[in-house]
Every structure is written in C-alpha cells, then in structure tokens.
Design a protein around this ligand. Sequence first.
Ligand code: SAH
Ligand code: SF4
Length: 344
Amino acid sequence: MKQSFYNLNFNELENLLVENELNSTAASLLYNWHYKKKNFSPCTHNISKKTLNFIEDRLDFKLPEIDTVHESSDSTVKFLFKLEDGSKVETVLIPFNNKYSICLSSQVGCAMKCSFCFTGTQGLKRNLSTSEIVGQFLQSWKWLADNRGEDKRILNIVFMGQGEPLHNFDAVKSACNIFLSKNGTSVGNQKITISTSGYLPGLKRWKEEIPGVNLALSLHSPFAEKRNELIPINKKFKLEEVLSYIDDIPLSKKQFITYEYLLIKDFNDSEVDARKTGELLKGKEAYINLIPFNPFPGTEYQRPTDSVVNNFKDILSEYKIPTLIRMTKGDDVLAACGQLNSKD
Ligand code: SAH
Ligand code: SF4
C-alpha cells in the first residue's frame, strides 16, 4: 500500500528513507522539487535508481482535485476541492496588494456547530489528512501561476475555512511543519494563523507542539450566555479557562494573538458588548478583528450597519486595543470565510 508523500513532514521523510537503507539527503531534494519548485510529477533528477524505485513502489503524489472555481469581482477565488472519497471542501484565495492569503479547510464539516456558521450546520463528516491540507495550498498556488501569472504569490496562510483546526490537531500540526520547512515552501511562522473556537484540548497542546505560528481566538462575545448560544462548546470549555491558556502561551517578537469578534445585529453589537470586550482584553498583547456577519441561506442573524460596526471599533480604541474591521471579500460568490459549506 502506497502512502502519500504529502503526508510526510521533513523528518518523517528522512526517517523513511533511512529505514529503507536509502540516503537521507534525497529528502531535501524531494522537498525542493515538490514544495519549493512546486512540481507535481515525481522527481527524476539527481536521484539514484534505488531511491527512484522506492519512490515508485511506496509513495503516491495524488492531490485533491479542483472541482469548481468561482472568481469574484474583487479577485477573490473560491475553489471547491474534490477529495478521494468524493467529499468536498472549500479553499479561498483572498487578494491583498497583488499577493494572496489562503484560507484553508481542516475538516469536512465541523463538530462545533456554531449557530452563525454555515459549515457548522452540517456537522462533522471527517478530518482532513495532512496531504489534503497541503494539497489545497499547492493546487491553489498552481492555479494562480497558471491563471494569474507566475509572479503571483500566496504569502499568508489562515486556517479559517471549514472545520475546527485544533480538533484535527495532528494533521494541522504536520501541515504547518511542512509549510514552515526551510527545505520546502518555507513560509514564515508569523505568516500562518490558526483560528480556533476555543477547543481547549487542542489549546493545551499548543504551547509544546505548535511551532510559533499565530493564534486567533473566535471570541464573538465576552458574555457567557451569548457565547454559549453562538459557540456551544463554550458550555464545556469556558472562556475564562480558554483565555488563561492563551495568556500562558509565550509569544516571540513577531507572534501575536488575534481575537475575532463576529458582529451580529442587535445581538452582540451594542455599546455594553463593546465595553465588556474592551475590559476583558485590555492590557493583553492583542489585536481584534471585527467581522460583520455574512448572511447565508436559512439564517436568522443579520449584519449590523457600517455605522454600528464603526462605533464598536471606536469604543474598543478607548481601551487601546488595535482593532481592524475585516472587510468581507468575495461576497458575490459566497466565498467569505465562514460561509463555506460542502453541500452545494
Ligand atoms: N473553526 C475555526 C476556524 C474556522 S471559522 C473558528 O471557529 O475559529 C473562521 C472564522 O469565520 C471564525 O472567526 C468564525 O467565527 C468566522 N465565521 C463563521 N461563520 C461566519 C459568518 N457567517 N460570517 C462571518 N464570519 C463567520
Ligand atoms: Fe466550526 Fe469554526 Fe464554524 Fe464554529 S465557526 S462551526 S468552530 S468552523
């Protein structure tokens, strides 16, 4: 039975070669070929016949296939990927200054069932493998090069697509290792952000195991009752406990914590909500991203007006917390993060 090359982080690949009495230096050659140069076909250069035979017998290089592509008027691109078992997940490329951020999915569906989230409505189907996560990146990169020019780059990676990344910890960790590998795509660790709804078992592993990437917490309300309604796992993993774990994460210079706040009309967008949020986060090394709610078919929540959003931001600035309003991109193709659903 062959295993996927794209499931192997660099150390695992080296070990596999050594275990099979092959020269471990082929690992950097292979990483360079597939991740740096982004070749999709197996490497045939500078590699011994013995290693070549091993690769042919034991490794496969299949990647998720692009099923459909939607390009929106603001250059956002939404891909629907078809996985080997027929499941579908979405990936979004978000343009900024002629470069792109990629929003990756980590699961098919999501078990957390947040009330405002289109993905959450379908429940969890399964975890993605490392190769299915890395594959979204490589295929999107190739699509960009083929369709928008060789010079187009993906500079930031955010785990904000379908799924709760910390609920699929091992695969997400391994994918981060691959993205960070100096022999491979060599993405800087300050360029990767993992967003979580506050899944505590994953956060408990963060400090030891996640290699210096940025963390975003979906806060959405400082009040337990409201947060319980929005993010049901808040009943199990209470916000105070989640925040104290996050406070304990030692941050390197370029690392930061983002608190995401989804603004829903007449639910969590009042002055009282803003002030309580300010009180909760003041003094922390924090950024806040305000995300006006993106409606989807069947939801009862609504997006607040721009003036309410701006007012919320102004109140937070009194607490000296840098706050950005995350503009929704790709609205016209239902591509904004948080509107992803595999059903269509
Ligand atoms: N599961 C992780 C990451 C994926 S969701 C998490 O919850 O953090 C990524 C972001 O999109 C989260 O901040 C989430 O709250 C937000 N989101 C989900 N549904 C949304 C919607 N309908 N409108 C706007 N943002 C949404
Ligand atoms: Fe899952 Fe995040 Fe959606 Fe909640 S917001 S259901 S954690 S993907």
